[in-house]
Design a protein around this ligand. Structure first.
Ligand SMILES: [Zn+2]
Length: 247
């Protein structure tokens, strides 16, 4: 599904548009012109459909040079190993804080057992280890063809969460992962690396970015006036209240 001149949605699960496997987050393809990148990998169970969607938009798999991961929860990063195996020369980029967990397939670090108990993954599901090519730090920018994708460290939903901001010729995009959702909602979970104070600070870091296109990891997206979702969350935190939860 083409969202703009330079961004496509190539994967999405039951908490989105049901394009691919129900467990998948939104998986975005960025066309930088000459190079392309994926934002998040999905759970891995819908890999074939994701690859077909990429190719149905006229891209060859060799066009995809980068996989940016917002965080390592299995619905976002479980598919990284499969994509890395299927796409030649794919560089995998993830926060320096959690790169170890992807390299080692560390299921405890990503609270996979809790996800299984919650019914989000089958008992036989496993988080496959995947090589990491670049460990991202706060503020780091990566050139993808003619566009730059900047990583903003936004922990809170979980450790090592990154939000990505990109500008093309016309608009500013935010890929917010599970840091922030449509309507200023957030997703706090009873997991060891979820932290409310960090979550609030991570929203405050996004003020004044003048985001046009708001592309979260699940649910509704916005193709115009995306900054309003950040402002809505800030309207709660500014009154010493917690923004509503994403369901
Ligand atoms: Zn998550």
């Amino acid at each position: 599904m083409q969202l703009s001149k330079s961004v496509y949605l190539v994967g999405s699960g039951a908490a989105g548009f049901s394009l691919t496997h129900p467990s998948d987050c939104h998986i975005y393809l960025v066309d930088g012109g000459g190079q392309a990148a994926l934002i998040d990998a999905g759970a891995g169970l819908g890999k074939t459909a994701v690859l077909e969607n990429i190719q149905s938009h006229g891209f060859s798999l060799e066009d995809i040079h980068y996989l940016f991961l917002t965080h390592l929860h299995a619905d976002h990063a479980g598919g990284a190993a499969g994509l890395h195996g299927a796409i030649k020369n794919l560089d995998v980029l993830v926060s320096q804080k959690t790169a170890f967990a992807l390299r080692e397939g560390d299921e405890a670090a990503i609270s996979l057992a809790a996800g299984k108990r919650g019914g989000y993954y089958e008992p036989e599901y496993h988080f496959e280890p995947c090589p990491v090519d670049l460990e991202l730090v706060d503020g780091q920018a990566i050139q993808v063809g003619e566009v730059r994708i900047k990583a903003i460290e936004t922990p809170g939903h979980c450790a090592g969460h990154m939000t990505f901001v990109m500008e093309d010729a016309n608009r500013t995009y935010m890929f917010s992962g599970d840091n922030l959702f449509f309507g200023g909602k957030i997703l706090l979970q009873p997991l060891p690396d979820c932290n409310l104070q960090e979550q609030i600070h991570s929203i405050e870091k996004l003020a004044d970015l003048s985001i046009d296109v708001f592309l979260p990891g699940h649910g509704c997206i916005s193709l115009q006036d995306g900054q309003r979702h950040i402002n809505e969350a800030l309207s709660w935190t500014g009154r010493c209240m917690i923004p509503p939860g994403f369901i």
